[in-house]
Design a protein around this ligand. Sequence first.
Ligand code: TYM
Length: 339
Amino acid sequence: MRIVSGIQPTGNLHLGNYLGAIRTWVSMQDDATATGGECLYFLADLHAISMPHVPAELAANTREMVAALVACGIDPERSILFNQAQVPQHAELQWLLNGTARMGWLNRMTQWKDKAGKNREGASVALFTYPVLQAADVLLYQATHVPVGEDQKQHLELGRDIAQKFNNDFASPEAPVFTLPQPFIPPEAARIMSLRDGTAKMSKSDPSDMSRINMTDSADAIMQKIKKAKTDPEPLPSEAAGLEGRPEAKNLVSIYAVMANVTVAAVLSEFGGEGFGKFKPALGELLVEKLAPINRRFTELRQDRAALDAILSKGAEKARALAIPTLEKTYAALGLMRG
Ligand code: TYM
C-alpha cells in the first residue's frame, strides 16, 4: 500500500479536517507500519497560492500545520511528512499532465465553480488547474489509497481519469505509467458540517470562527462554541431515522459518535428523548477531553521552529527520491528528451 494525502496550510486545522482526514491518516500510518506499506503526507502550499494570500502567513501556517499534524499523531519517523514547495517534481508533473487533462473536465469541478463564483474571468489560472496539481500529487508516488473527506472525491476521480487517459495515450496496457489511486473516505465522518449551518461543511474559509472547532481551541472556546451551536427545539430522537431533515442535530450526534468511537445508534440510545440542554454539555466535555492532549502537544511543538523545519526538509528529501522515477518515466513516455 502506498498512501498519499495532503492538506492546505491555510488557517487552523479544524475538527472537519481531523475527523474527515487526519484521523484516518494516523490509523493508516499504523497499518502501513505493520504491513510494510508507506505513507506520504504533505502540506499543499502550492495549492494555497491559487487564492489571494499573504506570503508571511503562508510560511507561518505551513510550520503550524506541521506541528498540528504531529500533535494529532503523524509520526515523521514512520510517515514522510513534507511540503510540496520543497519537492519541485509535483509542479513538474502537473505541467506534463496539463497535456492530458481536458478543459471540459476542469470546468465541471464543483470547487472551481464555488470558489470562482460569478467572477471566473478574475479567478487565477491556478484555481482552475488546481485539480491537475492534485492529480500530480498522488500519481507522482504511484499512490494506491488516498484518505480524504467527501469534498475531495470529485478531484480524486478526476485524477483517476487523467491517469487512465495518460496510460491509454502514452503507455502499453502491460506497462502503465500511473497507478489508479482509490479514494478512502471514512463513512462516519465524510462530511462534518458547520456549527452555524447544518447544510454547509465545516471549513477554514468560513468567516465565522463560531462555525468550527479548531484543534487549537481552548476548553472554554470549545464549550462556548458547542453551547452556541445552532440546533432545533425538538428533543433528540431514539433512532437514527429521526435525525433525517434535522441537519444540525445529525451533525452534532455524528461528531459525538465519532469522538466517542461508538455508533450513532448507541449515542441515541443514551440521549434519545433528551433536549440539547443535556446533550450539548456532554458533547462539549467529550471534545475537550479528546482534544486536550492534542492541544498540549501542539503548544509544545510549535515553539521549536528548527525542529519543524528539519522535519520538512528530511521529509522532502525522502519524497524527492520516491518521486523521481515516475517523473522520468512520464518525460520518456511523452518523448521529451532529458539528455
Ligand atoms: P483541505 O486542506 O481543504 O482539507 C484537508 C482534508 O480535510 C478534509 N475535510 C473535511 N472532511 C470532513 N468534513 C469536513 N468539513 C472537511 N473539511 C475538510 C478534506 O476532504 C481533506 O481530506 N485539495 C485538498 C488538499 C490536497 C490533496 C491533494 C488531498 C492537495 N493535493 C492530494 C488529497 C490528495 C484540500 O484543499 O484539502
